[in-house]
Write a protein of this length. Sequence first.
Length: 125
Amino acid sequence: MATVELTDQNFEETITNNDIVVVDFWARWCAPCRTFAPTYEAASEKYPDVVFGKVDTEAQTELAGRFEIRSIPTLMLVREKVILYSKPGAVPAQAFESLLDRMLAVDMNQVRSEIAEAEAEASKS
């Protein structure tokens, strides 16, 4: 699957309507972003059940601001509307695939249980 351009208009819909979304926050002027782009595109072909989106931080400043993007490229992995990973930095191809494989292996029932426990604890204080 090719990458999808994500904007303020389609971001929420993309996250809501797809179980697994990987987001690359980037900009044209960013050399590491351009270096990482072929790795990202290759992964989008290798993982057809995953939506790979790109957010141009120059064109989508509000969206980048919402996620407090301070450095690019920044990768964000979202599974079932839960952000499992969000860190800046280009990732080598092998490490990126390993990261994607680990995300796919996550037990989301356990994640939701841990989130519920944390929210319950927070509401007590």
